[in-house]
Design a protein around this ligand. Sequence first.
Ligand SMILES: Cc1ncc(COP(=O)(O)O)c(C=O)c1O
Length: 398
Amino acid sequence: MALSFRSSNQSAIWDRIRSDDATKLRLKYDAYYHIFDEQKGTRVKKDGKEYVMLSSNDYLGLSQHPKIKEAGMAALQKWGSSTTGARLANGGRIFHRELEEDLADFLGKEACHVFSAGYLACASAVTGFVDRKDIIFADKNLHSSLWSGIHLSGATCERFAHNDPEHLGELLASENSTTPKAVVLEGIYSMEGHIARLPELVEVGKRFNAFIILDDAHGVGVLGNSGRGTADHFGLTQGVDVICGSFSKSFSGMGGFVCSSKDAIDYMRSHSKQTIFSAALSPSATACAHAALQVFRAEPEHRQRLEKNLTRYRNLLHELQLDTWESESPAIPIVLGKKEKVYYFWKALLEKGVYAIISIAPGVPPGKDLIRTAISAAHTDSDLDIIEDAIRYAATKI
Ligand SMILES: Cc1ncc(COP(=O)(O)O)c(C=O)c1O
């Protein structure tokens, strides 16, 4: 006989769920979690209407690359869909090791460990090394994955002004010199598109013997020799202690990585709950990431195309005097300041067949409400014509 749980939907948590203003607002404006029925390259379709995607992170446009798709399918055939467990429990596979060796070599580090999500990798790049007795100095605009790692580590955290080495230096100088210190940075800040002032930040951090963790999710593939990322771009690969990132941006795949010395990766494998208690990267995701890495090395044309597209797009935004928050990368915000303006701009883009994403406070600092756009090497001239037409139209609506 079924038991009746009269109170099962009377919990205070159900009340909170039903009355949440953020959810009501999200559903009212319907700006997020859209479902597309079809995708061909940069074009997505919903309810029979086609849109040019202007907010994904497929910077090099590799998500439909034949060699990457073939590698993923072959791995699925050979190894199946999953290793169904954490590597500590039922072992890694040779394909994990091959990717890790190749990626470590590419990024100029001794060793690497791959994870089933970039979020887990970047959280682990902090929790895997830092503990509660340490102090972390964090750029205040870090990605949520790094904040999760910071909170889970239990360490004291000081936030320094975004991309500001002078402020970092003041905070470091005010702390006890014997407390172990870590500095957490991004190579390219995903919302603003800013490149980290790495030479000054690393110099300050090293002056105070800090351990430097760099999340280069958006830098690898885009900056540095053959896409070796932000540290390579500045010749600072040995200046940063850890480089972490995601396979869901330029690699056009899924998963993430942490690279460092062999000792550090062995240490992290003993301490990172994100790998000890989470299943390994799947065979097909590993193969896709590995094939993308080979494409970075062998096919410079994708970066060249990205640069060409970026020049055209930046010129357009500049001509229309739109505020791009001084973005220096393919992640380009259009800062409109007020959420109503953002909403009308976004609606106008949709009307003209362009899909972008809204980001408003508290996701961005107050007064910086924006449309987050990202240019891809896969955007064709005809995509860029549609984007141009839509942005010119949207600019008249604000
Ligand atoms: C800077 C940064 N780090 C980490 C991540 C997490 O990567 P993933 O989405 O692949 O889990 C992201 C994704 O948005 C990111 O922008």
